[in-house]
Design a binder for this molecule. Structure first.
Ligand SMILES: *Cc1c(COP(=O)(O)O)cnc(C)c1O
Length: 362
């Protein structure tokens, strides 16, 4: 007896998607990105499920890393934006965290830290995204300074991030690779450092981005980063099924309106089902009339405004009754399809799902 709204999380699908990422680059190490509560899927359960196969995890900040440590995750954890304050360097050393080094203050904090062991660092190069990282011309001195520091482990990974890898026809990705390769520092014995480039889109569609480490995020959760079909992405299995149920059905006359603001008016005699899910559960409030909701295997259109706890769906053309399941997104209704209708991306819909929605792991 409870509200029927839940996110069912399929850990077998998660493992399948991780294995796919790993198999696409068998020479690379595959580090799952579990930032933002594992893209809304529940970071502890996701990291625990991948712990037997993942060499490390990637998160956005030290708070996210500490949550994993409290959950007994033992792997190294990469802080993707590095430190925000200098005191985090010592914490990183204590808890076996790897630090991305994206700017001079972060680098200086590492050099100046009073720590007993060497920490592992990833050095970020800005190859065109222009968000984080050292400019290519500044990379060599930064690399040298880290190499010469007693605080830094000798094995430094040089990394960069793609701006347009989800656009299969955009040559910006090849340009970024070229800038990266041209500006990689070499060691005295002219050895190249370890490197990391690929996010999900690059792993799936740009094999020339393969380096020592790859960093899949979105694809692990089973959705495609592309807006068009792509051979490898087609093999992904969505991990989350966002479900609720019909809690009311009524018949209304043509000309009657539904919901707040009466923004939808029935063009014909209609059956309207009320579903127990709303923007308080992360369903997008700006979803327009016609956004698909899967009921009894049929895509039915959302009608009227999304409320905090409920939505209305036109079920005139199907058989629907109280208690029938409604799927907001899942394997048979890709979150990307809902997102496009709502003018956003699947990443956002997954990531902002609040704790109010119980995650049920199967
Ligand atoms: C989030 C993130 C990724 C993963 O990106 P996806 O598109 O979700 O695969 C990779 N690298 C960095 C630096 C990131 O911040």
């Amino acid at each position: 007896m409870s509200r029927p709204t839940a996110a069912i999380i399929d850990l077998q699908a998660l493992r399948h998607n991780y294995a796919l990422a790993a198999s696409l680059a068998p020479e690379s190490q595959t580090i799952p990105m579990v930032k933002a509560n594992a893209y809304g899927h529940g970071v502890i359960e996701i990291a625990t499920a991948l712990a037997p196969v993942a060499p490390a995890f990637g998160v956005a900040c030290i708070e996210e890393a500490m949550a994993l440590r409290e959950a007994n995750i033992k792997q190294p954890i990469l802080l993707l934006e590095g430190t925000f304050t200098a005191d985090e360097v010592a914490l990183a050393e204590n808890h076996n965290l790897w630090l991305m080094v994206e700017n001079q203050p972060q680098l200086d904090a590492i050099l100046a830290a009073d720590i007993g062991h060497q920490i592992k660092v990833w050095l970020g190069m800005d190859t065109g995204m222009h968000r984080l990282g050292f400019q290519p011309s500044e990379l060599e001195p930064a690399y040298r300074a880290l190499k010469n520091s007693r605080n830094v482990h000798d094995e430094i990974v040089v990394s960069s991030h793609f701006a347009c890898a989800d656009d299969l026809n955009n040559d910006a990705t090849n340009k970024q690779i070229q800038i990266f390769d041209l500006n990689l520092p070499t060691d005295i014995n002219s050895e190249l450092p370890l490197a990391s480039l690929a996010n999900s889109a690059a792993i799936l569609a740009w094999p020339q981005t393969q380096r020592d480490w790859q960093r899949p995020g979105y694809m692990l959760y089973g959705n495609s980063p592309f807006s068009e079909p792509q051979e490898n992405a087609n093999q992904l299995q969505p991990v989350m099924s966002f479900e609720s149920a019909i809690i009311s059905v009524r018949e209304i006359d043509a000309g009657e309106s539904v919901g707040y603001g009466a923004t939808w008016t029935a063009p014909r005699q209609s059956h309207i089902a009320t579903i127990a899910v709303g923007y308080g559960d992360g369903y997008p409030r700006h979803a327009p009339n016609g956004t698909p909701i899967l009921i009894n295997g049929v895509k039915c259109p959302l009608v009227g405004r999304v409320s905090m706890d409920m939505i209305s769906v036109d079920v005139t053309d199907i058989k629907a009754k109280i208690g029938d399941k409604a799927i907001l997104w899942g394997p048979a209704l890709p979150v990307n399809e809902v997102a496009v209708t709502c003018g956003t991306i699947g990443y956002e819909l997954l990531t902002r799902m609040p704790d109010r929605v119980p995650r049920v792991y199967i």
